[in-house]
Design a protein around this ligand. Structure first.
Ligand code: SF4
Length: 358
């Protein structure tokens, strides 16, 4: 049976039944996360937006503390808009994918200045804001404004692929998966926000990646992936190429006042706009230490880090500052002021270098 045949076979009353089962399950088993409101409370689009941006490419578990910290620092979108960019980047440090933090701040400023502090309530206008793509616009529309929207993230894709036994591989299958998800979402004005979150929770806790826990699933008796015993293999994916390995050097340079040399990375590019320790280029060749810092001592322990597109191995050095004036984004600061304001890869290096501080 082709995926189109499967689609044609599903009736509206079937979908109504499946949706009802899913929502009943959600009422009993919804995850407790800080951004979920209690029944009867009004939603705050600022909080929904903040949580959705933070959860992009990051686990809910990792996001919880950052979400609470941001709301304490900036309880409103106007407060966030008026913060200094450095403060926002420092508060985000460790959460990764730093373009999200830059866009978060820009978006808060646009919502404050152009929309009077109120997030737009439709997908089209939301998608015009920085950092908001198809998924996030749909999630905000459904969860913050309780309006119908087809909300499809990785969790929902997995549930849909298994439920309809769609074997076309990702990423090509994205459109097919979305059209199947739309059967559940489109025009459903009853509880659109809860429906989106019920799919997300099912994907995160029951229909999990490697070994789905089908015995706990409210959709089991209708699930084609389960019936055909192929659920765990879905969604299929086109094999990605292995990530290249890159290498580089990091420097710890101390002045007589006990301050350390830091660098503000250029606004554009990887980890842009973040505070960092001075580093060489990162290259697929094992490059020599070609910086004009004079090396004092190299550390045996290396730092390794995995980015989306490459793996990185860094060699760490204590060094002397050059006699020449330092140009670019360099600045001196006490180590304790910057230690936690840097992205994770620099924090790893910082800890080792600080421990071995000569
Ligand atoms: Fe996923 Fe299993 Fe539920 Fe199907 S029955 S949706 S595979 S958890």
């Amino acid at each position: 049976m082709t995926t189109q045949d499967k689609l044609n076979k599903v009736s509206h009353s079937d979908i109504k039944e499946y949706r009802g089962k899913l929502l009943d399950w959600y009422d009993a088993h919804a995850r407790e996360v800080p951004w979920r409101i209690k029944s009867g409370q009004a939603t705050d689009p600022y909080k929904v937006w903040l949580s959705e941006i933070m959860c992009q490419q990051t686990t809910v578990q990792a996001v919880k503390a950052y979400y609470t910290k941001f709301l304490k620092l900036w309880p409103t979108v106007q407060g966030l808009a008026n913060a200094h960019n450095d403060e926002v980047m420092a508060a985000w440090a460790g959460l990764g994918y730093y373009a999200r933090a830059r866009n978060l701040h820009k978006c808060a400023q646009i919502v404050t200045n152009d929309y009077g502090g109120k997030f737009p309530d439709n997908e089209t206008d939301l998608k015009n804001l920085p950092g908001i793509g198809d998924y996030t616009a749909a999630a905000i529309t459904a969860i913050a404004f309780n309006k119908p929207a087809t909300v499809v993230d990785g969790n929902v894709e997995r549930v849909i692929a298994r439920f309809f036994a769609i074997e076309d591989p990702l990423p090509h299958a994205k459109k097919i998966l979305k059209s199947h998800a739309a059967l559940f979402f489109e025009g459903f004005a009853g509880r659109p926000g809860d429906l989106a979150q019920s799919f997300m929770d099912l994907g995160a806790g029951v229909c999990i990646p490697k070994a789905p826990r089908c015995s706990l699933c409210p959709l089991q008796e209708h699930c084609l992936g389960f019936a055909n015993n192929i659920a765990a293999e879905l969604p299929r994916k086109i094999k990605s190429k292995t990530r290249p390995q890159k290498y580089g050097h990091i420097y710890w340079i101390k002045n007589p006042a006990g301050q350390i040399l830091f660098e503000k990375r250029p606004a554009k590019g990887l980890l842009g706009g973040m505070s960092a320790l001075p580093t060489s280029d990162w290259s697929i060749d094992k490059i020599d230490c070609i910086h004009n810092f004079k090396l004092k001592k190299s550390i045996d322990e290396k730092v390794t880090h995995t980015f989306t597109h490459f793996d990185l191995e860094l060699t760490l050095h204590h060094a002397h500052a050059p006699n020449t004036n330092l140009e670019g984004g360099y600045f001196w600061d006490k180590p304790e002021n910057q230690g936690e304001a840097m992205p994770s890869v620099f924090q790893k290096a910082f800890k080792i270098l600080n421990k071995n501080n000569p």
